[in-house]
Design a protein around this ligand. Structure first.
Ligand SMILES: Nc1ncnc2c1ncn2[C@@H]1O[C@H](COP(=O)(O)OP(=O)(O)O)[C@@H](O)[C@H]1O
Ligand SMILES: O=C(O)[C@@H](CO)OP(=O)(O)O
Length: 387
């Protein structure tokens, strides 16, 4: 029961920030007046409308825009890691998390497209996390091999996304507002945030952010968790969004979360605690895993759970680290199972192999690519009468 309920809570959160919801809530058209958040654009006064969309939600957000605006769209480019074709907008499949030849091709294509826009054109730019790796044009003199070495080392170092992206900006001809510099047309930028504090200077390394174009955050971790809270509120004695800016390394995060669980466990017969954010891991071995599964594994090692408590640690994009899973579950039963099977959880942790561990026990959480990206969710549930 508890795993099913955790999944329900998770999908309540996720669906609130899926492309379908956030685009429908923020883009509409009536009698040639285009409404974007709180702006009204008279399409009679512009020459051509273009849509650009980059990031993990690049394809899904562009597709939802097409459904609403149809043949009002005269062109544009979507870049994502999804497969699929769009009707009015070109779609290019790029790579993530490492920059590849595809990312350079995508970055160059995008620069060309946006530099060709005219002063009387209008564009909507849809930006979601993951864009940093998907579009790139290294500064002159830096070849792809050296560029890749730098990004690979940074990605495994455990530094947070703000620091990572400030380095990325310094070696790019696209990031840090440089893409915006090449645009003559008017437009607005709709942002699906996957960073703590919705920092516009960090999301996707800020290709459009130098003050020239208005940016709107249309989806984030907080919006998602609020929806989850509303759903579970009626079912337990206490629900609380503890934070939407968890940014600790997995060791500190596990001890922080464990202490809060203990505190609530003493006070309430049933509760749901919601945490959002992005923890960090240092990858020094070749195992299969990700930050959510590593955190779940640490929570399992650090705690002796009672039978009524279960936890889901999961990303929102569908892929946790270098694994196929999105996250993992932890509960009383899994700790019993590992005792029976004589599995050494610490050994898996040392090998950065959290996914192999959870997969072996069928405790991995597999969703496939979700088409959205608002950082991670950690859901702790204590139910009454769970055996
Ligand atoms: N085997 C592993 N164990 C733990 N963490 C890992 C492993 N492989 C990659 N990671 C972590 O996963 C992060 C990248 O994963 P990803 O889910 O693609 O992140 P994002 O959603 O931010 O793009 C890296 O920061 C890295 O530290
Ligand atoms: O593109 C990026 O710079 C980051 C943050 O927005 O996203 P991700 O961590 O998913 O790669």
């Amino acid at each position: 029961m508890s795993r099913k309920e955790l999944e329900k809570i998770y999908f309540k959160a996720l669906n609130k920030v899926k492309a379908k919801t956030i685009i429908k809530d923020n883009v509409s058209i009536k009698e040639n007046i285009l409404n974007i958040v709180d702006e009204k654009i008279d399409l009679n006064k512009i020459k051509k409308l273009y849509i650009f969309s980059v990031g993990k939600a690049g394809f899904s957000m562009a597709k939802e825009c097409e459904k609403i605006l149809e043949d009002k769209i005269k062109g544009g480019l979507a870049i994502s890691t999804s497969k699929g074709k769009l009707k009015y907008i070109k779609h290019f499949k790029s790579s993530h998390p490492l920059v590849s030849k595809k990312s350079i091709k995508a970055g160059t294509l995008l620069l060309d497209e946006v530099s060709n826009l005219q002063e009387d054109d209008y564009f909507i730019f849809l930006l979601s996390g993951g864009a940093s790796a998907m579009i790139e044009k290294p500064i002159d003199g830096l070849n792809l091999d050296d560029f890749s070495k730098i990004s690979k080392a940074l990605l495994s170092s455990g530094i947070d996304i703000k620091a990572l992206n400030s380095v990325r900006k310094s070696i790019s001809q696209i990031k840090g507002g440089k893409l915006a510099n090449s645009i003559k047309a008017q437009g607005s930028v709709l942002v699906l945030s996957d960073v703590i504090g919705d920092d516009l200077n960090t999301i996707g390394s800020a290709p459009m952010n130098n003050g020239k174009f208005k940016h709107y955050i249309i989806g984030n971790n907080k919006i998602a968790l609020k929806k989850a809270k509303k759903y579970i509120d009626k079912k337990v004695d206490k629900t609380k969004i503890i934070t939407t800016s968890l940014d600790k390394n997995s060791i500190e995060a596990s001890s922080y979360i464990s202490n809060i669980i203990k505190e609530y466990d003493k006070k309430y017969e049933s509760f749901c605690l919601l945490f959002g954010g992005e923890t960090t891991t240092i990858v020094e071995a070749n195992g299969k895993g990700g930050r959510n599964q590593e955190l779940a594994l640490r929570l399992l090692i650090d705690n002796k759970f009672n039978k009524n408590i279960s936890i889901l640690c999961s990303g929102s994009d569908g892929i946790d680290g270098n694994s196929d899973a999105n996250g993992a579950f932890v509960d009383f039963e899994i700790s019993e199972k590992i005792k029976k099977l004589n599995l050494n959880a610490n050994e898996y942790l040392k090998n950065c192999d959290s996914n192999t561990f959870f997969n072996k026990l069928s405790y991995d959480f597999v969703t496939g690519i979700t088409g959205t990206n608002v950082m991670d969710f950690i859901i702790v549930l204590k139910e009454k009468n769970n055996g």
